[in-house]
Each structure stands twice: as C-alpha cells, then as structure tokens.
Ligand binder design. Structure first.
Ligand SMILES: *Cc1c(COP(=O)(O)O)cnc(C)c1O
Length: 372
C-alpha cells in the first residue's frame, strides 16, 4: 500500500492485469476488431486511465455512451477511434465532429438533423447505423435499415463505418431469442445493398463473444470480460483473465463490546457474547452498498469477517470475535487477501444485482490508485 493515503480507502486498479485481459480478449477475437466500451467511467475503473491502458494494449476502438465521455477522452490525448453509442441532440453535432467522434445514427430524422447542422464543415461524420433486432431500446428495425442506409449514403456529410445491434439475452446461451436476433441481423447483412461494402458489422458484447463465436463478425464490443469478469462456468476457458479492481481500507477503530449490545443504526445486530468490533471508514456515501448490512464480509490478515449492523454513510462495523486487529491494519472489501477472496459477483448477488451495477456505483470520493 502507498505511503500517502488521502482517503481512508482506495480502489486499486492493476493495470498490468488489465492489459493482460485486453491481450487475451484480443487474441480470442483473432481477426475480429476489438471495440472496448469504457462508458460509465470505464465501469467504475476510471475512464481516462483505463482508456489509455487499453489504447496501449492495442484495442481498435473505444465506445462510450455519451458525447461528454468522448470529449474527455480526446482532451486527454486518446487517439484511437471512439464510437458514441448513445443518442445525441442536435446541438451536440458540431462537437461530435470536432472531437473526431464516430457516432450512431438510429433514425432518418437524426440523419437529417446532422446533415442540416453539418453546414460547411470539411470533416465528414463517421457513423454507425443502429439496427434494433429485439432489444426495443434504440435503432431501426430490419425492414427500415436498407432505406436508412441509402438515405445516409445520399447525404454528403456522412461516411458509414458500420452497422450494429445489441443482444438482449446473450448471457442465457440456450435462450431461443438469441437465434432470433442473430437471424434478423443476418438477414440485413445478406441484403444485396451491402454486398462488397467494407462495413464493420458488430453485435456481440461479453456474453455474446463467449456464447456465440459465430457472432464475432468484423467487430465485437466486450467490456465486462475485459475488466476481468468471466462467468463462473467459463473460468476454465479463460484462465488468464482476472479482475483488476480491488477495494481496500484500513481499520479506523477497535473496541471490545459486551454481550447483547446493539450495533449501528437501528440496532439490527446484537452481539452474541463479548466480542471485538472493528470500524471500517467506508460507507454507502462511497458507493459501498447498504444492502451489505449484516450479510457482507471483509478480509483481514487473510481471514473473512462478517459486516455487522447497518452500513452507515461513511463507516461500518465488523465482528472479529476473539481475533487480533490493530487500528491502521489493511482490510480488503473487494478482492484478494492471502488465499481468501471477496468477489464482485458475491457482492452483486448479496445486493440482488449484477456486477455491472456494483462497479458503476463507486463514486469519485474513493481515489483510484493505478498499479503499473
Ligand atoms: C455496454 C455495452 C456493451 C458492453 O457490454 P458487456 O456486457 O460489458 O460486454 C456492448 N455494447 C453496447 C451497445 C453496450 O451498451
């Protein structure tokens, strides 16, 4: 752990592991181009640092949800192509062009707006058309895509780089809707209009690339797996891919508490006998979920201890029984210590959510420390 410790907790990001993940995913994709989504602060890991590392490790493209994220990347000196996946407003068009961002056209209406705004700009807009194959989120349906393509091609401000869609149930390999979406996408790909056109067709996210190798196509967009989260049953297939995110803190307080004492707000936990209670200076104000009250754990000296009582905004308590601990000792809230590990998946399951949401919730209050 670093000498200087500005906040009583820190998120450690192992960039060496992250770059290894990037290389392994890249290797797995082979000829397929690798577009890494880094939206939502690179899944909580830190937008700029992760994007720089990804660029160094050789991704072909980065994807963000919004213009603002793309602007931050360009301002930080990122050179690789960046695709803005989300919808944009009319008044953002010039920034999209000036910041060299590729963006998504999901309607004729938006294409016309861009064309009108483009004016005398010399630079062309590099765009991807979005096809909705069944997510019902954004994008045009199969029957409209060829018309949209022809229309966009007819407007001088555009260069169409790719056509993409998104899978709704890719994490359920056996779900019949995967095939349906695949068929709808394939049907459009086979349209004579696109014959010989050098387009990047892309549809697969992390679950897509692992469950449907036939959907790698010209480009794929796997993020979660690149950050190191591989579904349990596939861990053997991707042995080198590991999380690069850990959350660590230090014991802020130690005390002995008698039997039958209530702990924290609401006294939702009572000590069963005289015991030792440690206080950890992390709370839901940092993004450490209150749902972990009375069910989460921490690691101290390689051993697991239960979180007891309600998690407060800035602190929570753990019961360490008769074990020894000192103020200042390191504790691990997420990640490995010795032979023990608290996995993101475990926390997500205790909070009745998915690892994506847990990752995104850690806010800027906890500093990210990058290990190179
Ligand atoms: C976020 C996102 C991805 C990445 O999904 P993972 O499951 O993290 O791989 C891919 N495509 C789109 C359109 C996304 O919004």
């Amino acid at each position: 752990m670093k000498e200087s410790y500005p906040h009583p907790a820190q998120i450690e990001i192992d960039l060496v592991q992250f770059k290894k993940n990037v290389s392994l995913v890249k290797q797995y994709l082979g000829e397929t181009k690798f577009c890494l989504p880094v939206k939502a602060n690179a899944y909580g890991h830190g937008l700029i640092e992760m994007s720089k590392a990804a660029e160094e490790a050789g991704v072909d493209m980065l994807a963000v949800a919004h213009l603002h994220e793309g602007m931050m990347l360009r301002r930080s000196g990122i050179k690789v192509p960046i695709l803005v996946l989300g919808a944009f407003h009319e008044d953002q068009v010039l920034d999209l062009i000036q910041y060299d961002l590729q963006f998504t056209i999901s309607s004729r209406y938006k294409a016309d707006l861009v064309h009108a705004r483009h004016g005398s700009e010399k630079k062309k807009c590099l765009v991807h058309l979005e096809l909705d194959t069944g997510m019902q989120r954004t994008g045009v349906r199969e029957s409209s895509l060829p018309h949209l393509y022809q229309h966009v091609k007819s407007l001088s401000c555009f260069d169409v780089v790719g056509i993409y869609s998104h899978l709704a149930v890719a994490d359920e390999k056996e779900h019949p809707f995967n095939e349906e979406q695949q068929n709808r996408f394939q049907e459009v790909m086979n349209h004579p209009l696109f014959k010989g056109e050098p387009l990047l067709w892309h549809i697969a996210n992390s679950s897509g690339i692992v469950n449907f190798p036939n959907l790698h196509l010209q480009m794929a967009r796997p993020a979660l797996i690149t950050f190191g989260y591989v579904p349990e049953h596939l861990k053997e297939k991707f042995p080198g891919i590991k999380p690069c995110f850990s959350l660590k803190s230090r014991i802020a307080y130690f005390k002995v508490v008698e039997e039958g004492e209530g702990i924290s707000y609401g006294h939702t936990y009572h000590t069963k006998s005289e015991t030792r209670i440690i206080t950890i200076p992390v709370g839901y104000g940092d993004g450490f979920r209150r749902a972990l009250s009375n069910c989460g754990s921490i690691l101290h000296r390689g051993k697991r201890y239960p979180i007891v009582g309600a998690i407060c905004m800035d602190q929570f308590m753990c019961d360490i029984g008769s074990n020894e601990a000192y103020v200042g000792d390191e504790v691990v809230l997420i990640g490995c210590q010795g032979a023990e590990e608290i996995q993101m998946e475990e926390i997500a399951s205790l909070c009745d959510t998915i690892p994506y949401e847990i990752l995104c919730q850690f806010n800027e209050r906890i500093p990210r420390v990058y290990l190179r």
